[in-house]
Design a protein around this ligand. Structure first.
Ligand code: FE2
Length: 397
């Protein structure tokens, strides 16, 4: 990330910064990975430590399925339009391990009457359908279809979505979610060969300095519970901030694909990195242009990874079983590949209009109790029966 500032801050950090009423603004350093990672300095009207009351914690989250047999898995989540009442009750965790949790979220309510803070994970929210605004102490950030919204852990926030379809893919990460290291130079700037650059990353643009008093509920997620904290002032009480740690938006439509004469491997699609998993974006692009090229991927045995694909848009919609909003999980230990007929069919194809998000984890994922209703039992045999047609868009791995 790059340095950004909004609002008023003192010329030098950790120095006197006076409010009009003669009291000091309250400085808060938000630092990641101890003091070794990125950080920001925030200037509050009220001490961020001051709380009015703490309610009873409520249990929150999904249970891992430990005895799920090794198999290729299709989760048919395409038909779901509402997964719960509000933003938190609607978040359904489908797959998880110690590094990440992958959820869908389609809340009925478009606005939140509370704030939320994930105290243990960064959140990467892919907006498959939806339009609205992210509101946090860092300011307002517009949210559009196709955006990845990256919210660092401990950022207090709420969404206000407009009416209309709303479908979110949420990846929580136990480690910081970052831009890809090999795309950056020694000083952190995104390089010329990177598929995106700083101009594509949208920062909060308008600070909300809310001085109002009252009861403000913040639901804090940590260790399997929501902890209900009540503040007697608005959490949006910042007059300014600066640093590298802030929520941002990056649109998948701004990812510039890297193509080649022959089939390019998934790392060219990498968009984010975290410890023990990566996030890749498959976007509309020209196919391979070697005269003998095969645009469809080869069979692949990724001996170290579980590969999750979320199908956003593309030709897979005409195929039986998979529709927009479905997931596949191709676990390490089994080869996966194109469906019967798709390799031959891909020869001569010039371009693809697919849009997909891939999450590859370097440790096995577990399905959860919230995923069971979506399992397509026919999928493991779908490479065997020619009459079924393929479930894959030709160029997703
Ligand atoms: Fe693969």
């Amino acid at each position: 990330m790059y340095y950004h500032r909004l609002g008023n801050i003192p010329p030098k950090r950790h120095t006197q910064f006076w409010q009009p009423d003669g009291s000091l603004y309250k400085e808060e350093l938000v630092s990641s990975e101890g003091f070794s990672g990125i950080y920001s300095n925030l200037y509050h009207i009220h001490p961020p430590t001051r709380i009015k009351s703490i309610g009873e914690p409520t249990r929150y989250g999904a249970k891992r399925i430990e005895d799920y047999a090794l198999r290729q898995t299709h989760l048919n989540t395409s038909k779901v339009t509402v997964t719960g009442e509000d933003y938190l009750s609607a978040r359904k965790v489908l797959m998880m391990n110690n590094d990440c949790a992958i959820s869908i979220c389609s809340p009925r309510q478009r606005k939140m009457d509370y704030f939320y803070k994930n105290a243990e994970g960064d959140e990467l929210i892919f907006v498959h359908d939806g339009k609205g605004v992210l509101i946090s102490p860092f300011g307002k950030l517009d949210v559009r279809q196709g955006d990845y919204i990256m919210i660092p852990r401990t950022v207090i926030y709420k969404f206000e979505f407009e009416e209309g379809p709303l479908r979110l893919l949420i990846t929580e990460s136990a480690s910081p979610i970052e831009t890809v290291k090999r795309y950056r130079n020694d000083l952190g700037q995104l390089l010329e060969h990177a598929p995106y650059c700083e101009r594509d990353i949208r920062a909060p643009y308008e600070l909300i300095t809310d001085t109002s008093r009252g009861d403000f509920l913040v639901k804090i997620k940590k260790q399997g519970f929501l902890h209900n904290y009540v503040y007697d002032y608005s959490p949006l009480d910042l007059v300014g901030w600066d640093g590298f740690l802030w929520p941002y938006a990056f649109s998948i439509h701004d990812f510039e694909p890297i193509t080649g004469r022959i089939h390019q491997p998934p790392p060219v699609h990498q968009t984010f990195q975290a410890r023990n998993f990566v996030v890749c974006s498959f976007v509309p692009r020209l196919f391979d242009y070697h005269p003998q090229a095969i645009p469809a991927p080869y069979n692949h045995s990724n001996i170290d990874s579980d590969e999750v694909l979320y199908y956003a848009e593309g030709n897979f919609m005409s195929r039986r079983g998979i529709d927009r909003g479905s997931f596949t999980l191709h676990p390490g230990g089994l080869p996966h590949g194109p469906h019967p007929g798709t390799v031959e069919k891909s020869i001569g194809a010039k371009e693809t209009h697919e849009l997909a998000v891939m999450i590859d984890t370097f440790h096995p994922l577990h399905l959860t109790d919230q995923s069971l209703e979506f399992i397509d039992k026919n999928y493991p045999m779908s490479w065997t029966d020619n009459t079924e047609g393929g479930f894959h868009e030709v160029n997703t791995p």
